[in-house]
Design a protein around this ligand. Structure first.
Ligand code: WTA
Length: 638
């Protein structure tokens, strides 16, 4: 199905799904309570978020809920002192959660590891002590180049526990992309693994990490910690590189938790925008923990007996909020899986759900589309009756994929909760609850305490049924506190539509106030739910000696949602042929890593540009897809 077809089916989608009565009876938040929460939050937003903050533990309470006197910079809970790890781990050790499973991890070859809250707490303490002994202090940046391993979660928590700032970089990124992020963050420590299992193969990671550190440019890195996952022989640099198990072996089981100001940074996470430079989104301890805790527990209706599986990679915000911090704040049990969803065959996910009794399964539409191709015999072969809620994130789910998931995985009983949010928002923003009447393809409405609008370029609301720009009209606690070393970049989010947060998405609101996300308003490409910046891809093409210039756009892809198509102008004397195409694809992969999937390459004589010389990707896209992209989408071309 092409993109316009998908859009048509979204526009025509009229099916509604009501929650089963039993689910409504058992829900933590029933319809009347949701209504009351919305009204309360609309009347007294500060009161609403203060109540949410009161559900967590603080070393010292706030002087004020929100200080927006320096708007658009906002300080949530100024004056308060806290540490998210105190709430995610330390406090559970004093309760019945102490001996409850915090993490069930499964490796691709089938090995498993399980940690109770107490065990995870002690592991984190040991590694926190190791970090301190490596000289890591409050405010230092620790870069994690890690796949889905328990040590990834442990290292994130240990870093945060001692007040340092973690930045996780997707293990599918190249050495060059890693180096760029290390430099931008000026990371003092790099944590990686010898390798990991993916689709039956071992991917060597330490080698790539080493490559990233070659040259003077990454000399901010003083040490490297290497987790032994595959028992690979790796080169260890004396005095710089340490094995994780050697470091923690001697460490004590207790470690003090650093007392942080509410606004102190917790993590940096790089994400793509339209420019060539990835943006370092900054989240802080206080506001982030309040926003994530309230929204995760509300949307996913977390119960003490849940087994929650967020099948996202640690390099993305989904895993930060819904795989690590959110579930631990809520005291629930998480599942983490190392490998490929189709290894050894297309039922691996369903077999994990069945074996651990997963109750809530949260994934991306691209995963569903990929698994749909294999038919229903794979889910049918497993007992999926433990599931009670399904969730999706990252891109619009087509009604077809929604219904497939609902019927074949959810037994036509489990609501499919489509959650809209971003790295920048930190928490779910537009999303249903299990009790919400659902329309497949719609993210429904803003959560209580969140306000959104669909507007035109002047900021005026558009009529129901018409496409417009999605904006958020009031600050929320888990909002990014800034961009790393880029004040102007942060301000831009609030200047496109003055006074409001510009999300970069096109949306439509229907007669019932339900919001339907239609895709990006800017040039950012959404490949399999992952944001890829066109300028980064273009720069990667230009590394090849044959390329004079390149423009990259997103084109519809049946499985990945979007894939990248490149328009390339060659230097004089080079001729396009299959060898060159292969070579160009290889170059881009070397530059950026396997995330950068190039679907096709077209050669042309010149690229359309604005008068100021910016590439008009929108023109290429409109031509490619035969679309009239309308008024609202050109905001970033100016
Ligand atoms: C897109 C992921 C449609 C959107 C948590 C957004 C979605 C970008 C949805 C953020 C959804 C996310 N329906 N589109 N439910 N959720 N998006 O920062 O374009 O990796 O702006 O955060 O993904 O991607 P990010």
């Amino acid at each position: 199905m092409d993109q316009s077809g998908a859009l048509d089916s979204l526009l025509q989608e009229e099916r509604v799904f009501r929650p089963l009565p039993q689910l409504v009876i058992e829900a933590n938040v029933n319809p009347q309570e949701l209504d009351a929460a919305r009204k309360f939050a609309a009347m007294d937003p500060m009161g609403y978020w203060e109540e949410a903050a009161d559900e967590l533990d603080w070393f010292k309470k706030w002087d004020q809920v929100l200080d927006d006197s320096q708007s658009p910079f906002c300080k949530w809970f100024p004056g308060a002192r806290c540490n998210i790890v105190y709430n995610a781990l330390d406090r559970h050790i004093e309760t019945a959660n102490k001996n409850k499973l915090a993490l069930i991890w499964e490796g691709e070859p089938g090995d498993t590891r399980k940690y109770t809250y107490f065990e995870l707490y002690r592991e984190v303490n040991r590694f926190a002590n190791a970090l301190r002994s490596l000289g890591i202090r409050k405010g230092d940046r620790v870069l994690l180049y890690m796949p889905q391993l328990p040590e990834t979660m442990i290292a994130m928590l240990a870093t945060a526990k001692i007040g340092a700032i973690h930045s996780v970089v997707f293990a599918g990124f190249s050495a060059k992309a890693l180096r760029q992020r290390i430099n931008d963050a000026q990371a003092k420590l790099l944590i990686t693994t010898d390798g990991f299992y993916r689709n039956g193969r071992i991917i060597r990671l330490k080698d790539t990490a080493d490559e990233a550190l070659i040259g003077a440019c990454a000399d901010c890195v003083e040490s490297m910690v290497v987790v032994r996952r595959c028992n690979l022989g790796v080169d260890m640099v004396d005095g710089r590189d340490f094995h994780y198990d050697d470091l923690v072996r001697q460490e004590r089981n207790e470690a003090p938790t650093e007392v942080m100001d509410s606004g102190d940074p917790l993590f940096l996470l790089y994400t793509s925008g339209t420019t060539g430079k990835p943006k370092g989104i900054v989240h802080s301890h206080g506001g982030y923990m309040v926003g994530v805790h309230r929204t995760l527990t509300t949307v996913f209706d977390i119960k003490p007996t849940d087994i929650f599986w967020c099948a996202a990679d640690p390099g993305w915000v989904t895993s930060h909020s819904s795989g690590v911090y959110g579930p631990l704040l809520a005291g629930t049990t998480s599942v983490m899986y190392e490998g490929h969803p189709n290894y050894p065959q297309a039922d691996r996910l369903w077999s994990i759900v069945a074996r651990y009794g997963v109750t809530i399964f949260y994934t991306a539409p691209t995963m569903i589309r990929m698994l749909m191709r294999f038919g229903t015999q794979y889910p049918k072969g497993h007992d999926l009756s433990s599931l009670r809620l399904l969730g999706t994130v990252g891109e619009t789910i087509s009604p077809e994929a929604w219904i497939w998931l609902y019927k074949n995985i959810g037994r036509s009983e489990c609501p499919v909760l489509d959650t809209w949010w971003q790295t920048e928002t930190g928490m779910f923003m537009l999303a249903p609850l299990p009790i919400t009447l659902l329309k497949p393809g719609s993210v429904t409405k803003p959560l209580p305490g969140v306000e959104a609008d669909v507007v035109d370029r002047n900021g005026d609301p558009v009529e129901p049924g018409k496409g417009g720009l999605l904006v958020l009209t009031r600050p929320w606690p888990a909002m990014m506190t800034g961009l790393w070393n880029d004040e102007e970049g942060y301000r831009e989010y609030w200047e496109k539509i003055p006074g409001r947060y510009y999300a970069g998405d096109v949306a439509r609101r229907d007669e019932d106030g339900y919001i339907w996300i239609q895709g990006r308003a800017d040039d950012v490409i959404n490949i399999a739910g992952h944001r890829i910046g066109p300028a980064e891809l273009e720069a990667a093409f230009c590394v090849h000696r044959a390329v004079s210039e390149a423009a990259v756009i997103g084109v519809p892809d049946r499985i990945k949602g979007e894939a990248a198509k490149a328009f390339v102008v060659l230097h004089h004397g080079f001729e396009p042929d299959d060898d060159l195409i292969r070579d160009l694809k290889r170059t881009v992969r070397n530059e950026l890593g396997p995330v950068a999937v190039i679907k096709s390459i077209a050669f042309c004589d010149k690229l359309p540009r604005t008068r100021s010389g910016k590439i008009m990707r929108r023109v290429l896209k409109a031509e490619e897809l035969g679309l009239d992209l309308g008024d609202v989408t050109g905001l970033d071309d100016e």
